[in-house]
Design a protein around this ligand. Structure first.
Ligand code: C2E
Ligand code: MG
Ligand code: MG
Ligand code: MG
Length: 275
């Protein structure tokens, strides 16, 4: 009896695993076809100067809409894209699509809009990344001042390699920010070594910044380190006026979050700017 039950349990467990593995594999297969099938698009979320209340840039956020899977959150598919290596081609698609959009906005007389583009660690380490970016910039007449790349702390673990890539990126003239700051392998060493322009405080510290003393202390500390090192700070995930006002009193320069706007399709930005 014991043996039977354990076999049954084993089978259940095994089937559960299969289901998961199958789901991941079919998602990977679908993701592989997503570019060719036109299933990817970009949304843009305003980043606001907290003192003037003006939109100064937009973060580019990838969206995937598949006929069978529906709309899949990047939190779910980006890790799959990273593990399978698909993030290289998808990430290039993101940069090219963003460049096309910038050229389009320029053509429409909306000026040189600034975009923050997420780079995954795998993409960041890709040997051809810098050349690829250069050629896209020349193809779409992008002023490098229009682009900021967001990388997470995970991309900085191989210090020598990361320093090399980052200095090549800085030479092109783009800005670099550390995304989800405080959630990764945070190290003060890289704040000293790397040519970083800004830190994005992770939204998990902003969520309860008004009620959790530890979050408040962390946010204040990040702002003070940044000020002393001459780095700009962007607060992520601002959802309420109270959070905004508090961050203003701390002299946080920039912010983004649902309080200002959710990520929106480019046509909505065009319409808002033309109004
Ligand atoms: P992230 O780069 O930290 O982007 C910020 C995420 O927070 C976005 O989620 C955004 O929609 C969400 N967000 C913004 N304001 C608020 C707010 O006030 N409240 C809450 N609760 N959330 C807010 P999203 O679009 O689902 O993206 C999730 C993550 O997926 C991104 O985190 C980024 O790590 C990754 N991702 C998205 N697009 C790309 C991409 O093009 N390339 C790469 N490599 N990763 C991407
Ligand atoms: Mg980001
Ligand atoms: Mg973030
Ligand atoms: Mg994140």
């Amino acid at each position: 009896v014991v043996k039977q039950r354990s076999r049954a349990q084993y089978q259940l467990y095994h089937k559960g695993m299969d289901k998961n593995t199958n789901e991941l594999l079919s998602m990977e297969t679908a993701l592989r076809r997503s570019i060719g099938n036109n299933e990817l698009k970009l949304h843009y979320q305003p980043q606001v100067d907290l003192h003037t209340n003006e939109i100064v840039s937009y973060e580019v956020l990838l969206r995937w809409e598949n006929s069978h899977l529906g709309s899949v959150s990047p939190a779910k598919f980006v890790p799959i894209a990273e593990e399978s290596g698909l993030i290289i081609s998808i990430g290039e698609w993101v940069i090219e699509e963003a460049c096309k959009q910038l050229m389009q906005w320029k053509k429409e007389g909306l000026g040189e809009i600034v975009l923050a583009i997420n780079l995954s660690a795998k993409q960041f380490e890709q040997p051809y990344l810098v050349e690829k970016i250069k050629s896209l910039f020349s193809e779409y007449y992008i002023n490098p001042n229009q682009i900021e790349f967001e990388i997470t702390e995970g991309a900085l673990q191989n210090v020598d390699e990361a320093l090399h890539i980052m200095s090549r990126l800085k030479k092109i003239g783009v800005a670099i920010s550390i995304d989800d700051f405080g959630t990764g392998y945070s190290s003060l060493m890289y704040l000293k070594q790397f040519p970083i322009d800004s830190l994005k405080i992770d939204q998990s510290f902003i969520r309860e910044v008004l009620t959790d003393q530890k979050d408040e202390a962390i946010v204040k500390t990040i702002l003070s380190i940044a000020e002393n090192l001459g780095l700009l700070v962007v607060a992520e995930g601002i959802e309420t006026l109270e959070q905004l006002n508090f961050l203003k009193t701390l002299n946080c320069q920039k912010g983004q979050g649902f309080y200002f706007s959710k990520p929106i399709p480019p046509v909505e930005i065009t319409n808002r700017l033309k109004d």
